[in-house]
Design a protein around this ligand. Structure first.
Ligand code: ZN
Length: 66
């Protein structure tokens, strides 16, 4: 009985478990601060548009790879 009440209380503090899994995935992917490694590898740039390779001395490159 007590554990059942505790589970209900936990449910109040963990509302994300009530979200539909597909919806949660959608919400998760919309967050820019959460790294999605799969997508990031596909589009990640390693240098700025100023040259063809990463240059340590270029602050724009540094910013992109940060
Ligand atoms: Zn650069």
């Amino acid at each position: 009985m007590i554990s059942h009440i505790l589970n209900i209380i936990k449910g109040w503090f963990r509302p994300e478990e009530q979200v539909d899994p597909h919806e949660a995935l959608y919400l998760h992917s919309k967050k820019p601060d959460v790294p999605v490694y799969k997508d990031e590898n596909a589009v990640k740039k390693e240098h700025c548009d100023g040259h063809l390779r990463f240059r340590k001395s270029c602050p724009t490159c540094q910013e992109i790879v940060k």
